[in-house]
Design a protein around this ligand. Structure first.
Ligand code: NDP
Ligand code: 8X3
Length: 258
């Protein structure tokens, strides 16, 4: 097992859900964190709480991963002591809407494609050359069960997560001559702000996603991300699909009292 003491972990989408839980888990393991998201106040609050709990050093970056120029600028300007990223957690992502394709909102599609695919690519492109030059590092992408299966009305979100899966597998081939590792964690239902974002703040509708079953918790996913990052250097976990015990597939969920 690799020690994460003083390693630099960069997490996108650290202001909520799985990204925030990853920040907690890596902080607990003694790492230093680069925390990225659009909501700066949340990152500030997280950074202060990790400092108090674990003495964690963190560097906050307010960033919209869809903004290609901003991503480039952020990485050009990263202070020297934060440049050598050991673990990149490509977590920022979202779904918008749940509509038949023929009824779908093109703005929603663009937001998902720009965030889940292009944003992930921009950040990866900025971080990878350093990892390759140092011949060391771990990239963990947050895919989804929706990167392996589709479900009615999940069309474009599933397409973006299939793309993440293809990017992950392609990247592993491109890095095969290096010691840089590439992993993907592909969860089913995880209780985060994901559904609230999907349904644009409709909390009642969001709650129904998790009704009658115990969904995965963000900490369950963070545990898997940490596992990938702490394997001995010769071990590359290619991927993990993680489901709640009562989820059989994207389309089959056993709910009590329903
Ligand atoms: P949350 O909504 O709780 O968190 C999403 C995070 O992504 C937030 O921190 C948000 O930060 C960030 N984010 C979204 N858009 C952008 C952007 N344009 N630029 C920078 N950051 C952005 O959802 P989850 O924690 O559940 O989602 C995390 C990842 O896990 C996503 O990739 C999602 O697809 C994936 N996933 C989630 C599942 C679930 O059931 N919850 C299941 C499978 C996969 P901010 O708004 O501050 O920018
Ligand atoms: C999130 C899981 O099934 O809602 O990626 O698409 S699902």
């Amino acid at each position: 097992m690799i020690s994460l003491k003083d390693k630099i972990i960069l997490i996108t989408g650290a202001s909520s859900g799985i990204g925030r839980a990853c920040a907690e888990a890596f902080a607990h393991a003694g790492a230093k964190l680069v925390l990225m998201a659009r909501r700066r106040e949340r990152l500030q609050e997280l950074s202060a709480s990790l400092k108090e709990k674990h003495g964690t050093a963190s560097y906050i970056v307010q960033l919209d991963v869809r903004d290609r120029k901003a991503v480039q600028q952020v990485f050009n300007k990263l202070p020297d002591e934060w440049q050598n990223v050991d673990v990149l957690v490509n977590n920022a992502g979202l779904s918008r809407g749940l509509d038949k394709l023929q009824d779908g909102s093109i703005d929603d599609w663009e937001e998902m494609v720009d965030t889940n695919i292009k944003g992930l690519l921009y950040v990866t492109r900025a971080v990878l050359p350093g990892m390759v030059a140092r011949d060391s590092g771990t990239v963990v992408n947050l895919g989804s069960i929706a990167g392996h299966e589709v479900y009615p009305k999940g069309n474009v979100y599933a397409a973006t997560k299939h793309a993440v899966d293809a990017i992950t597998r392609g990247l592993r081939l491109d890095l095969v001559e290096t010691s840089v590792r590439v992993c993907t964690i592909d969860p089913g239902l995880v209780e985060t702000e994901f559904s609230e974002v999907r349904f644009r703040g409709d909390k009642e509708r969001a709650k129904k996603t998790y009704l009658g079953l115990k969904p995965l918790q963000p900490e369950d996913i963070a545990d898997a991300v940490l596992y990938c990052a702490t394997r001995p250097p010769h071990v590359q976990i290619s991927g993990m699909i993680m489901l709640p015990v009562h989820q059989g597939s994207t389309m089959l969920v056993h709910r009590k009292n329903s």
